[in-house]
Design a protein around this ligand. Sequence first.
Ligand code: NAP
Length: 294
Amino acid sequence: MERIGFIGLGIMGRPMCLNLLRAGYRVTVWNRTATKAMDMTAAGAEAAASPKELASNADVIITMVSDSPDVVEVILGEQGVVQGAGAGSVVIDMSTISPAVTRDIAARLAQKGVAMLDAPVSGGDTGAVNATLAIMVGGDKDVFYKCLPIFQAMGKAITHVGGNGMGQTVKLCNQILVSVTNMAVCEAVTFARASGVDPHIMIEATRNGAAGSWQLANLGPKIVARDFAPGFMIDLQQKDLRLALEAAREVLVATPALSLVHQLFIGNQAHAEGGEGTQALVKSIERLAAREKR
Ligand code: NAP
């Protein structure tokens, strides 16, 4: 069984790491804020002093940090993974970051004989806890199959989607689909309410037909109940939409609906709603319609 190094013990990384321990893997952890690694060591992990040290004792190194510059820092930095990883080891980045940056990192690692997979996830903290994450994987197919049991300890729908960076591209497609559908739900609820239709009834009447979606079934009732607690925060969604806009511009694909929802979320952030769940997008729609409800 491979020795695993796990970097980034945040909302997602902690439960994912715990699931690897439960599956019987030997895991070494590193977290920038060292105190957050303490309960992982209590659960059986070893702690490393740096990503470099962690990599020198691991066959597979997993990163689950925030954004592109953070992944670059933990992998390519002075104390980064690349300084300690041996030829034949594999780096799996499970954060959501830029496809182009992913390809650059993979090329740098390849110079040392280290393979890379980009394997961003969907399913939120619940999926991470229950090991039911959807995992979209880019990189060499043989390396993917070698790492499949590791993915199976953390997720359910695991798909190899192409070469390096393509896992990230598919994750950004996922975010376009999710956010544009969310915008449609917010508009429909606001329109129904303004027209005197009970929005609960509107959701019940439409959710099993052609208009049905995860967003309508799960976020719709929260919007109607004015429950804006975050499942997925607007600030994090904005990071993903920025990445999607940048990546789409690189290949000269106009994404008007994506641009619009990104702008509306900026309105939420300006109203200090960035820490709320993405369903709070309805507040931006309501402000446009002069139908604010608190
Ligand atoms: P989080 O709770 O904010 O955790 C971020 C982790 O990254 C922390 O361990 C943090 O260390 C570490 N980190 C950030 N910048 C770093 C740097 N420059 N150097 C070293 N460590 C750094 O975030 P999360 O929700 O777990 O999300 C992690 C990734 O998964 C993100 O790319 C996110 O977009 C993606 N994702 C999240 C969800 C979700 O529902 N939350 C769903 C799917 C995908 P400290 O403890 O020191 O701050």
